[in-house]
Design a protein around this ligand. Structure first.
Ligand SMILES: Nc1ncnc2c1ncn2[C@@H]1O[C@H](COP(=O)(O)OP(=O)(O)OP(=O)(O)O)[C@@H](O)[C@H]1O
Length: 250
């Protein structure tokens, strides 16, 4: 369970984020939604501990900021919007960075690296130099790294900032489907910034709609994301299109 109370983050006397209260259930996939600049990445960074604001974030009834760094690194992993490395690391070495907080024998780490490369469709890239990969390949390698980082946790929390932004259509669905399975089978709590309404409707248990730094609404995407709400915050009127047997919004 993640509980947020009176969370405020300001820059030069301006509120970037101001959330009075909100909770997220463990083992669920929650989307952070809202227009550009509304505060979604700021919220992820506050939960990750990369930014410090006022107020409180509790994770499984413990104050997040009080959890020792190493323990926090084993429970909480963050996939940022972009991750460039200037050193010519091999893909396998990049994923291995996720094992730094884990106290595991080498053989187990190697097995876990292989497993996470496999589920992110990166196994064929393992010997390649990371800087030479495409944007989508780099994003999947980083996903493998963060999955490895939380792989020993009993209460894993995965924070993803636009995890499918560089992926082709097939990879977008493969990744979101894999993340859903992690929620259901391994009870991973996932919070992801997502812009695609159809992806949120298809894969997420709940959504938080953020606008101008405030939490406007939370709930099941199928009831929360009404045409009125989409029109109000995104200034766009979605149309329903029947694609095969599925209705999609365009
Ligand atoms: N260091 C900073 N200095 C000044 N303003 C900042 C700083 N960091 C963020 N902001 C502002 O805070 C607001 C929220 O930024 P944030 O990155 O959280 O938005 P977002 O909802 O993730 O946007 P996007 O969908 O475009 O990624 C934006 O208006 C941004 O310009």
């Amino acid at each position: 369970m993640l509980q947020i109370t009176k969370l405020n983050y300001r820059i030069k006397n301006t509120d970037i984020l101001d959330i009075q209260a909100g909770t997220m259930e463990p083992g669920k996939f929650t989307a952070l939604m809202g227009p550009n600049g509304s505060g979604k990445s700021t919220l992820l960074k506050l939960i990750a501990g990369d930014l410090t604001g006022s107020g409180q974030i509790l994770f499984h009834h413990k104050i997040l900021a009080d959890i020792p760094r190493r323990a926090r690194a084993r429970d909480i992993a963050v996939l940022p919007q972009a991750s460039d490395l200037s050193f010519p690391f091999k893909v396998r070495e990049v994923v291995a960075l996720g094992a730094i907080p884990l106290a595991l024998p080498d053989i187990e780490i190697e097995q876990k690296i292989t497993e996470n490369l496999r589920i992110t469709d990166c196994l064929h890239l393992e010997k390649r130099a990371y800087p030479q990969l495409s944007g989508g390949e780099k994003q999947r390698v980083q996903l493998a790294r963060v999955l490895l980082q939380i792989s020993t946790s009993k209460n894993p929390l995965l924070l993803l900032d636009e995890p499918t932004s560089a992926q082709d259509l097939g990879q977008q669905h493969a990744i979101l489907s894999m993340i859903r399975t992690l929620c259901e089978e391994k009870k991973v709590t996932v919070i992801a910034v997502l812009h695609d309404l159809n992806q949120v409707l298809k894969y997420c248990d709940s959504c938080w709609v953020i606008n101008a730094g405030k939490l406007h609404d939370t709930g099941d995407p199928r009831t929360t994301l009404t045409p009125e709400l989409i029109e109000r915050f995104w200034r766009y009127s979605p149309k329903k299109l029947l694609a095969g047997e599925q209705t999609v919004l365009i």
